[in-house]
Design a protein around this ligand. Structure first.
Ligand SMILES: [Zn+2]
Length: 284
């Protein structure tokens, strides 16, 4: 599932390519409620800006009070195609995903006036594209927790989120209603960076640890964005780039391997219902 860095990478890529391009039409292959209305609003329109709220992308349309919410959820992909060259983001597992578009998982296709296309594919169909007005957009956005890269996400804020909670730190980091955008990969990496066991009860953490967790969250997410997120596939876009953060992962996916910091064998356990890896020596 794409986490915050992967969604931010798509946003940056698409901003460079599709802003201000006229959309000729939106082709809806998987008809859903409101599809015709969406097509009508989008045709002849253009995208003025792309915003991100945690893992939700918002296309700000030129026509006033028109916003397109795009959520990739578990398996959504956005693939921009210009001639033989494609730029893809989201849940891209293999080169096959992006060949011969549209494929059987393509739900919508944006046709731009210059002949380029943007495909929205989604195998499990949990993702969505939805046309809303400003009031509706704000209602959706308000339901999300704080973005960990927001300056308002600080030690004080994290302490307040942990207040009255009996659970562990990993569960809190992954609770999208409190902090939005951190999933299994980055939660493990943040806990390692902060020297905190993922299953440590939040009640037992002191102010210094909270400070450390906040600074680690920001550091790791920023570095992951810089390296275009974590991609486990060999997919490269038309500029030869792939999500490179996998090289920088210290614990995620490394159970039973040696800790890169101290050489101790990394352990795994289940926390928040997810496979979790930590160093028993460095994380207390
Ligand atoms: Zn270690």
């Amino acid at each position: 599932m794409p986490e915050l860095p992967e969604v931010e990478t798509i946003r940056e890529d698409l901003k460079k390519r599709i802003l201000h391009k006229k959309i000729q039409t939106l082709e809806v292959l998987d008809k859903h409620a409101g599809a015709m209305e969406t097509v009508k609003a989008i045709s002849g329109n253009s995208i003025q800006d792309i915003e991100r709220y945690c893992k939700l992308l918002v296309f700000v349309l030129e026509k006033q009070d028109n916003f397109l919410l795009i959520h990739l959820k578990m398996t959504g992909q956005l693939i921009y195609q210009m001639k033989s060259c494609v730029v893809a983001g989201g849940h891209v597992q293999s080169e096959k995903d992006i060949q011969n578009l549209p494929n059987s998982y393509t739900r919508d296709v944006f046709h731009f006036a210059d002949g380029t296309k943007l495909f929205f594919n989604d195998v499990r169909r949990f993702g969505y594209i939805k046309l809303v007005n400003k009031v509706e957009k704000e209602k959706v956005v308000a339901k999300y927790g704080i973005d960990p890269l927001d300056t308002k996400f600080n030690q004080e804020k994290l302490i307040s989120l942990a207040e009255n909670k009996s659970g562990n730190i990993k569960t809190l980091l992954m609770n999208q209603k409190e902090i939005a955008g951190i999933g299994n990969i980055y939660a493990d990496e943040i806990c390692f960076c902060a020297g905190v066991r993922p299953n440590r009860r939040v009640k037992t953490l002191n102010a210094d640890k909270y400070e450390k967790i906040v600074s680690c969250a920001k550091k790791i997410l920023k570095l992951a964005i810089k390296h275009r997120g974590t991609s486990f596939s060999d997919y490269r876009d038309c500029e030869g780039r792939k999500g490179n953060y996998v090289k920088y992962l210290k614990v995620y996916g490394r159970a039973k391997e040696k800790c890169l910091a101290c050489g101790t064998q990394l352990k795994s356990l289940r926390v928040a219902g997810r496979g979790t890896v930590f160093c028993p020596h460095d994380q207390k």
